[in-house]
Design a protein around this ligand. Structure first.
Ligand code: HEC
Ligand code: HEC
Length: 266
């Protein structure tokens, strides 16, 4: 009886601890203790100092490593200067969970966002205050044209992202899916050119054309498989697999059957 009670008490304690751990703010980043009492500006500066300055330097001037050669992503040193990148790049890199990186040689990749809304807004404001730079864009995909968007996406983006935006590989980089990106993040990525992606100026792709590209990307989120099974919409490789593993097996089976039948008649 006593044992059972101890077992129940121990289970309850473990559950209580798990609940406390779950209720805590996401860990993995340094945050000031008195967060609630800080102004947006102070909070941004402190979060920056604790989570970003080791790579991006004091006041966002970057951290150069003397004699370092440029690695993947054309990065020299720990992290690039953030002076003048503006709210646009900060919003993209923070709301996608690209930053903070754990290692400067890693490719930024979409992951869980560790900052809460107020922290994100404070950090974005702080990065924007480091120098004059582009603001967060406000695309309007509802004014875009899906078929024009498809043409533009095919000619400018599909070489890397694949025509249904399912991602892939280019030399030295993985190319992500564009499924989870919001219209704002897509507009930012096109202008910022994260990692090895080129940046497209307004001269090259106007804001109006960008709205069409975003409209097309939103349409690819619900592809209509008029021709039949979409096989994940990732193009020729799975289509080839279907030929090999289904059609080839069916053909061989057919040959064997015909062979059996012929043997029976001769
Ligand atoms: C030279 C290859 C290349 C071209 C061309 C290119 N991209 Fe990219 N794109 C990339 C790579 C590589 C990344 C990953 C960047 C990173 O890791 O931070 C990326 C990232 C993105 C992202 C962020 C996705 C995410 O959630 O991580 C979006 C959105 C995007 N591209 C849209 C576009 C659009 C729209 C175009 C055309 C106007 C385009 N890209 C052209 C290579 C390319
Ligand atoms: C371990 C080092 C490291 C840490 C920590 C880090 N970064 Fe970065 N950051 C990088 C590197 C390397 C790049 C360049 C990657 C690229 O080109 O996409 C980068 C790129 C960026 C960019 C895009 C700059 C541009 O030119 O468009 C922004 C914005 C940014 N980081 C913000 C932050 C913020 C805010 C934090 C803190 C929350 C942070 N980073 C933490 C290494 C780091």
């Amino acid at each position: 009886m006593r044992r059972a009670r101890i077992a129940i008490a121990a289970t309850l304690l473990v559950l209580a601890l798990a609940a406390v751990a779950y209720a805590q703010l996401p860990s993995g980043i340094a945050r000031p203790d008195n967060e609630q009492n800080l102004s947006t500006q102070e909070l941004g500066a402190q979060l920056y100092a604790g989570n970003c300055a080791s790579c991006h330097g004091i006041a966002g001037r970057g951290v150069a490593v003397p004699g370092a050669t440029r690695g993947a992503g054309n990065i020299k040193g720990q992290g690039p200067s953030l002076v003048g990148v503006g709210a646009q790049a900060a919003h993209l890199y923070l709301t996608t969970g690209f930053m903070p990186l754990s290692n400067p040689h890693e490719q930024p990749w979409r992951s869980r966002v560790l900052f809460n809304r107020r922290e994100l807004a404070s950090l974005i404001q702080y990065v924007a205050s480091l120098g004059k730079g582009p603001p967060i864009p406000h695309p309007r995909p509802e004014t875009g044209d899906v078929s024009e968007g498809m043409h533009l996406f095919t000619s400018h983006c599909a070489g890397c992202h694949q025509v249904a935006a399912e991602g892939g590989y280019v030399t030295d980089a993985r190319v992500p899916l564009i499924k989870e990106d919001t219209p704002t993040q897509i507009a930012e990525a096109v202008r910022v050119g994260p990692y090895l992606m080129p940046k497209f100026s307004k001269k090259y792709i106007s804001d109006r054309q960008l709205n069409s590209i975003i409209a097309y990307l939103q349409a690819t989120k619900q592809p209509r498989d008029i021709g039949g099974w979409g096989i994940g919409h990732i193009g020729p490789v799975p289509e080839g697999m279907v030929t090999w593993f289904i059609a080839a097996v069916a053909l061989i089976a057919l040959c064997v059957l015909i062979g059996e039948r012929l043997r029976g008649t001769v």
